[in-house]
Design a protein around this ligand. Structure first.
Ligand SMILES: *[C@@H]1O[C@H](CO)[C@@H](O)[C@H](O)[C@H]1NC(C)=O
Ligand SMILES: *[C@@H]1O[C@H](CO)[C@@H](O)[C@H](O)[C@H]1NC(C)=O
Length: 263
């Protein structure tokens, strides 16, 4: 007669973490012996992750002992610059592309060399929340919310029962340019073996080698015994919707995978 237990929800809060940056000299091609001055160019950090709309400073330094011409080539908007002996620091503003290449080009005594850096804009979900399952007849409706994530086109949301993936959905067809909320709804038939198995929801951003994972606190399917209420439901046929609801700004995108379920 019991229906569904409702463990309390837990917010998995997380903030974008900077990608560790490497401080290596990018060695330019070997210098032919003779006339030209050997020098090195370095752009640091080489890899930086910022929240969408954020800004970043990149430091281009070189070992040329002479006065140089140096410039930063990028599609990103440039802000302030600072400079000192052997270096120029550039501010890049409003980073919204999820991946941007930046080049620093330095000319020393007639010879030109460059160093590159990559700026990634992403936002780890502020939270991934699994709602307590709702029992109707023999079926549970599972709902998972992924809040404030970017870029949503690189997101895969999956549901696991006892650690095994029961359903996943890739959002690669969505190209929103801002923070998004994703709601995944899934209707699952559960048998006695499914009781006490933790259900979790997982969000994975796969950014060209940088993988960012967040997951929900587990919820449990507890008791399957039919209550009078669920018996009533069992005798009826109800429509259940399975799918993804994506909110980006004020735009909502829906995709329903299965519309009719027979109980
Ligand atoms: C830029 O890099 C140079 C060389 O590593 C360093 O001396 C300088 O302080 C840096 N400037 C800034 C603003 O970080
Ligand atoms: C996403 O969810 C958060 C928290 O519920 C809400 O504050 C925000 O307005 C939502 N954003 C969109 C684009 O729906």
């Amino acid at each position: 007669m019991e229906s569904v237990l409702l463990p309390s929800l837990l917010l998995v809060a997380a903030y974008p973490r900077g990608v560790s940056s490497h401080h290596e000299w990018r060695q330019s091609p070997p210098v032919p012996s003779g006339t030209s001055t050997p020098f090195l160019v370095r752009l640091s950090p080489e890899l930086e992750a910022v929240p969408p709309g954020g800004s970043v400073w990149l430091n281009c330094s070189h070992s040329c002992p002479l006065p140089v011409r140096s410039s930063l080539r990028t599609q990103l908007r440039q802000g302030k610059t600072l400079s000192g002996s052997g270096w120029v620091s550039y501010q890049l503003l409003d980073v919204r592309a999820w991946n941007s290449k930046v080049r620093c080009v330095v000319t020393c005594a007639g010879e030109t060399r460059e160093a590159t850096a990559m700026i990634t804009a992403y936002k780890r979900p502020r939270s991934v929340i699994m709602e307590p399952p709702v029992l109707m007849g023999h079926k549970y409706t599972l709902r998972c919310y992924v809040i404030h994530v970017f870029p949503v086109g690189f997101l895969v949301v999956s549901l696991r029962r006892g650690g095994r993936v029961v359903y996943f959905e890739s959002l690669e067809r969505f190209t929103g340019s801002g923070l998004a909320n994703v709601t995944l709804t899934y209707v699952m038939r559960a048998g006695p073996n499914d009781l006490w198995q933790p259900l979790t929801c997982h969000a994975r951003l796969n950014l060209d080698g940088l993988v960012v994972r967040s997951s929900s606190a587990p919820v449990m399917l507890k008791v399957l015994a039919l209550s009078p209420v669920s018996k009533a439901f069992a005798s009826a046929s109800i429509a259940a919707l399975v799918g993804i609801l994506l909110a980006v700004g004020t735009v909502y995108v829906r995709k329903y995978l299965a519309v009719q379920t027979q109980l």
